[in-house]
Design a binder for this molecule. Structure first.
Ligand SMILES: N[C@@H](CCC(=O)N[C@@H](CS)C(=O)NCC(=O)O)C(=O)O
Length: 225
């Protein structure tokens, strides 16, 4: 086994990489290091002090990549079977856009306003900030849900008929929302909810979700997904 993935399982970016690894059937070691208590090893390989980082010893002793999008793009080139990126040029561009939109603006809202407010605070033995989380869910998140609903055009995947990086990147932060107790209303966002349920039920996502739920079950926050 030459690949090591560094980063705590609850990170939506780590989960994105783990799902790609699982969908492609690539074996790897997982070092679930937290960016808030970084090991010397993580500090040495992550200039932004963030997770995930992937090390591939088959590429040399110092071959590390410190960003989920760089990692997924690398894995696609190295392991092209079970492609996660469309080949048609515009579809490819659209997949990269949806990945970027989910990774930047959307995770910015869900990560800070929901997941940190409820789960990270509790893990750090602080009180959950329900007021912040409720305000984020009610006032900041709906515009993302509207966009994700519209861009599905009633289909099972964002692009074409198969799973792509766009599906994985959009679906991953919703696991964090569900851990924090929030889930989109199926009446208002029916296609999105159908898509999320099907995507999270894939063995690649389901295995991550089960492991994560076990890790935080002691907090007593019911999973909303
Ligand atoms: N663009 C990066 C973002 C990674 C990121 O922000 N990871 C979070 C965990 S979910 C982190 O390490 N945060 C620690 C910090 O910002 O100090 C990627 O896609 O890998």
């Amino acid at each position: 086994m030459t690949i090591t993935l560094y980063g705590a399982a609850l990170s939506p970016f780590v989960r994105k990489v783990r799902v790609v690894l699982a969908e492609k059937g690539i074996a790897y070691k997982h070092d679930p290091v937290s960016p808030f208590a970084p090991s010397e090893e993580l500090l040495a390989i992550s200039p932004l002090k963030r997770i995930p980082v992937l090390r591939d010893e088959s590429e040399g002793p110092d071959a590390t990549l410190p960003d989920s999008s760089a990692i997924c793009a690398y894995l696609e080139r190295k392991y092209p079977a079970m492609p996660m990126y469309p080949s048609q040029p515009f579809a490819y561009g659209r997949a990269l856009w949806l990945e970027e939109y989910a990774d930047s603006d959307f995770i910015g809202s869900v990560g800070g306003g929901l997941f940190r407010a409820i789960i990270v605070n509790r893990l750090m033995r602080k009180d959950a900030d329900h007021a912040l989380a409720d305000d984020t869910w009610a006032n900041k998140v709906p515009r993302f849900l509207d966009y994700f609903e519209k861009e599905l055009h009633g289909r099972a995947h964002y692009i074409g008929d198969t799973l792509t990086i766009a599906d994985i990147a959009v679906a991953s932060p919703f696991v964090n929302a569900a851990h924090a107790g929030y889930w989109p209303d199926a009446q208002r966002w029916p296609n999105l909810v159908r898509f999320l349920k099907a995507t999270h039920a894939r063995p690649s996502f389901a295995a991550c979700i089960a492991e994560e739920r076990k890790a935080i079950q002691g907090l007593g926050v019911p999973y909303a997904g």
